[in-house]
Design a protein around this ligand. Structure first.
Ligand SMILES: Cc1cc2nc3c(=O)[nH]c(=O)nc-3n(C[C@H](O)[C@H](O)[C@H](O)COP(=O)(O)O)c2cc1C
Length: 168
């Protein structure tokens, strides 16, 4: 079975048109498209402590977490990873890599031999260092090429997503 696990933050975000308030986060839009296309389960990675609605405040909180190599506590953890051979892993690019909460999530499960297909939404930096970071931290997992999608384009990303899924 396949799983789509993702982190996504709604609230104010920086878009092509400046700061906008998003009721559904960009990565969540992509995660749901993928889950529907491949018939996968969905798991939302959610921190106990919410990030600020304000975009700039969130960038500051995120920068401190990255600097401190923090592992923000999650509301729930994945307990049935044995069911899955492939995890589609989605996150926004935060400061050039994935939010630290994604590491909290991954470190709680045994990824030995699991295939990870990372996808990332961003505003210009693509996957950043995130795929390399995954390969270094989880050498016993099979990390595939990533799918970067510009956050402002998520609603027009179906073709790109289908092509990437078709690479399997
Ligand atoms: C804390 C923070 C840091 C960000 N850092 C970057 C970055 O380094 N490069 C980039 O291209 N976009 C960056 N962005 C923009 C997000 O990656 C982009 O808006 C993404 O689509 C947000 O996804 P979400 O709505 O699922 O949370 C950042 C946004 C936030 C909130």
């Amino acid at each position: 079975m396949k799983l789509v696990a993702y982190f996504s933050r709604n609230g104010e975000n920086y878009t092509r048109n400046g700061i906008e308030n998003l009721s559904v986060g960009n990565t969540e839009v992509v995660a749901k498209k993928i889950a529907e296309l491949i018939g996968a389960d969905l798991f939302k990675i959610e921190t106990v402590k919410d990030y600020p609605v304000n975009y700039h405040e969130t960038t500051e909180v995120a920068q401190v977490e990255l600097r401190n190599n923090a592992r923000p506590e999650l509301k729930k953890y994945l307990t049935d990873v044995d069911k899955y051979d492939t995890i589609y892993l989605g996150y926004p690019n935060w400061w050039g890599t994935m939010p630290m909460a994604v590491l909290t999530f991954l470190e709680r499960v045994d990824l030995t031999g699991k295939t990870i297909k990372p996808f990332c939404t961003h505003e210009g930096s693509g996957m950043g260092n995130s795929v390399n970071d995954l390969k270094i931290k989880f050498p016993y997992a099979i990390i595939k090429d990533g799918l970067p999608i510009r956050g402002s384009d998520v609603h027009a990303s179906d073709e790109k997503i289908k092509n990437w899924i078709g690479e399997d």
